[in-house]
Design a protein around this ligand. Structure first.
Ligand SMILES: Nc1ncnc2c1ncn2[C@@H]1O[C@H](COP(=O)(O)OP(=O)(O)OP(=O)(O)O)[C@@H](O)[C@H]1O
Length: 259
């Protein structure tokens, strides 16, 4: 469903010059699977997600979603994905129902089909009790559900969650994770980025650990634990990062020694 191969993104930055934010990243995600991108701030997760949602173009490499190339077939990719982040705009004066309906119309959905879809979504996400509440009166949890419903209105096979639990209280974050699990059961292909280790541990079928634009390792939790002979996931994560940093320092000192 999602195939990413040697994906690279370089930003031209005034202070840093040419900066490689994503460096030859490769992974695949299947239907019915939750793939977790785990990394600290600045690891490059959002950049990968933005490339997959066609907001950014890669500098090198290939990314396809549902068989469509993110550059050549951007419109098809957008039809096949839903994007959920933590800062989706919620319009103060529109009700939950109006907002999701509005996005369905933007996707060109016929009226009757859209109404049925909204009924299904509002039931599935337990949104019926606030379907007529305007954005200005919604709690954070309600807003997050509207963002998810909005991303799902056209029933895309692929859903991208970029740091979607950021700023949510424990209960709301827990609900969101349970929605993500339900989506997996319905066969959706899900990619989920976070810096919270317990979330990937509890939720993701496979995990890629990202640091400074690179994937340091990826696999199921069981595979990662056995490969690194470490049961404590936090220790595993920091061990990987520090070994990577040491290797980079060695590389730099070798280059320094040669020149
Ligand atoms: N438009 C841009 N121009 C220059 N540099 C950028 C731009 N966008 C992101 N970066 C840099 O690219 C790197 C990766 O950023 P990105 O937002 O993808 O990481 P992230 O893992 O999602 O982190 P965060 O959780 O902080 O969003 C960071 O060093 C960031 O400063």
């Amino acid at each position: 469903m999602i195939h990413v191969q040697h994906l690279t993104k370089t930003y031209e930055d005034l202070s840093r010059g040419s900066f490689v934010a994503v460096d030859r990243v490769s992974f695949s995600v299947r239907p019915g699977e939750i793939f977790g991108l785990l990394g600290a701030n600045g690891a490059g997760k959002t950049t990968v997600m933005r490339i997959l949602s066609t907001v950014l173009t890669p500098t090198h490499g290939i990314a396809t979603v549902a068989g469509f190339d993110v550059i050549r077939d951007a419109a098809e990719v957008r039809r096949n994905i839903g994007f959920v982040s933590n800062n989706t705009a919620i319009y103060d004066r529109m009700t939950a129902w109006e907002m999701v309906n509005y996005f369905g119309k933007l996707h060109g959905m016929p009226k009757a089909e859209l109404r049925d879809r909204l009924e299904t979504l509002f039931t599935q996400l337990r949104m019926n009790e606030f379907r007529d509440v305007p954005g200005s009166k919604m709690s954070t949890g309600m807003k997050q559900k509207v963002s998810i419903a909005r991303a799902m209105v056209h029933d895309p096979p692929v859903l991208i969650f970029d740091e979607a639990t950021l700023g949510l209280d424990v209960l709301v974050a827990r609900n969101l994770l349970s929605v993500v699990r339900t989506l997996r059961e319905s066969g959706k292909c899900l990619i989920f980025s976070t810096h919270i280790m317990s979330e990937v541990e509890r939720l993701c079928d496979r995990i890629a650990i990202m640091h400074r634009g690179r994937i340091l390792d990826s696999g199921t939790l069981v595979e990662l634990r056995s490969r690194h002979q470490e049961d404590d996931f936090e220790e595993l994560f920091f061990g990987l990062l520090s070994r990577h940093e040491e290797a980079e320092l060695d590389e730099m000192s070798m280059i320094g020694g040669v020149s």
